[in-house]
Ligand binder design. Structure first.
Ligand SMILES: N#Cc1c(N)ncnc1-c1cnn(CCN2CCOCC2)c1
Length: 291
C-alpha cells in the first residue's frame, strides 16, 4: 500500500483499497472521505491508477445521494475540501457505523452465484432451482455480509444473523432501504442503458439514533455496472467499466497467469485511457452532466 497523501489540517485514519479516511484536526463530528484513482480487479490494486477515477466516482456518488434523498438521509456535509483533493473528497458527518455490509442483488452473479451453485441459497435465502449467471430476480434481494478486515473476503450473513446483530426492527429497516436503493438505482440507470446487478451500501447512526446512508452509493466501485444492451443470462456479463482491464489482464499479451497469485503487470496506456473513458461515460449517461 502506498504512503497516504498528507493533507494539512487532517489526520489520516484508514486506507481501503481505493479510498482513504481522514479526520479534520479539531473536529470529532466529521470525517473526510477521499477517493483515489486506484483501481482494483481480481483482488489486486492495479498499476497505474486511472486518471480522474476518484473525482468521477465521487461526483457520481454525490449525484446518487441527491437522487435518493427522499428515501433516506445521507452523511454528506460539504464538498468544500482541501485543494489537493478537490473534486474527489467529501466532508461527511461522523456516524456510529452499522456493522453489516448491506448488499442488495437484482441479478444473480459473483459470490452470490457461487453460493447458490454450492447450496441453492444466497446469504441463507433459498432460491428456485435452475437459475443461471446473470438471471434477474423479480425484486432485489437483501444479501448482507460481514465487514471483513482489509484483505479478507466478506462472509455472507443470514438475515437472522443481522437481526441478532442489530435487532429485528433495524434489520427490517436495513433490508427495506438497501433493496429500495438498488431498485431506485435500476429505475434510473435502466433508462440510461446501464444495469446495476448488485450494490453494497453502508449505514451509520447519528447522535439521535437515526439511520443515515454513508460511504459511497451506486458507483462502479460499490456495485456491478453492466451495459444493458449486452445482457444475456447464462454466462459472465461484461463489466461496464472494467471489461478492458479484465480482457487485457486475461489476454496472452499481458503475460499474466491469474492462477499464479502474482500481482498483475502494469496496464498499457490505451487500456488506462479507455477505462477512464468508461467511468466518464457512466457519469455522463447517468447524470446528464459533462465531466
Ligand atoms: N462513510 C463513512 C463513515 C462515516 N460517515 N462515519 C464514520 N465512519 C465512517 C466509515 C469508516 N469506515 N467506513 C468504511 C468505508 N471506508 C470509507 C473510506 O475508505 C475506506 C473504507 C466508513
Amino acid at each position: 500500500m502506498t504512503t497516504p497523501l498528507e493533507i494539512p489540517g487532517f489526520t489520516h485514519l484508514y486506507s481501503g483499497k481505493v479510498r482513504d479516511l481522514y479526520a479534520p484536526e479539531g473536529r470529532d463530528d466529521q470525517l473526510l472521505l477521499v477517493a483515489s484513482d486506484r483501481i482494483s480487479a481480481f483482488d489486486f490494486i492495479l498499476d497505474p491508477p486511472i486518471p480522474d477515477k476518484g473525482a468521477v466516482l465521487t461526483q457520481l456518488s454525490l449525484w446518487w445521494f441527491d437522487q435518493l434523498a427522499d428515501l433516506v438521509p445521507n452523511h454528506v456535509v460539504s464538498t468544500d475540501v482541501p485543494e489537493v483533493v478537490a473534486g474527489r473528497a467529501v466532508l461527511v458527518q461522523r456516524l456510529d457505523m452499522v456493522p453489516v455490509e448491506c448488499v442488495a442483488r437484482a441479478y444473480l452473479t459473483g459470490g452470490g452465484l457461487r453460493e447458490y451453485l454450492a447450496d441453492g441459497t444466497v446469504s441463507g435465502l433459498a432460491l428456485p432451482e435452475g437459475l443461471r449467471d446473470g438471471d434477474r430476480f423479480e425484486e432485489p434481494l437483501f444479501t448482507p455480509s460481514t465487514k471483513a478486515p482489509m484483505g479478507e473476503h466478506d462472509e455472507p450473513m443470514s438475515y437472522e444473523a443481522v437481526e441478532a446483530e442489530v435487532g429485528t426492527e433495524m434489520a427490517a429497516r436495513l433490508r427495506d432501504l438497501t433493496t429500495r436503493i438498488l431498485a431506485r438505482g435500476n429505475e434510473i440507470a435502466g433508462e440510461r442503458g446501464i444495469l446495476i446487478a448488485d450494490t453494497k451500501v453502508e449505514f451509520g447512526l447519528d447522535a439521535s439514533g437515526g439511520l443515515v446512508l454513508a460511504d459511497e452509493v451506486l458507483t462502479p466501485d460499490s456495485s456491478r455496472f453492466w451495459p444493458a444492451d449486452q445482457w444475456e443470462p447464462g454466462h459472465t456479463q461484461p463489466s461496464f467499466d472494467k471489461e478492458f482491464v479484465r480482457e487485457w489482464l486475461l489476454s496472452a499479451e499481458s503475460g499474466w497467469d491469474k492462477s499464479s497469485g502474482e500481482a498483475p503487470p502494469a496496464l498499457p496506456a490505451d487500456v488506462v485511457e479507455r477505462t477512464r473513458a468508461k467511468y466518464v461515460e457512466a457519469y455522463e449517461r447517468l447524470t446528464g452532466r459533462t465531466f
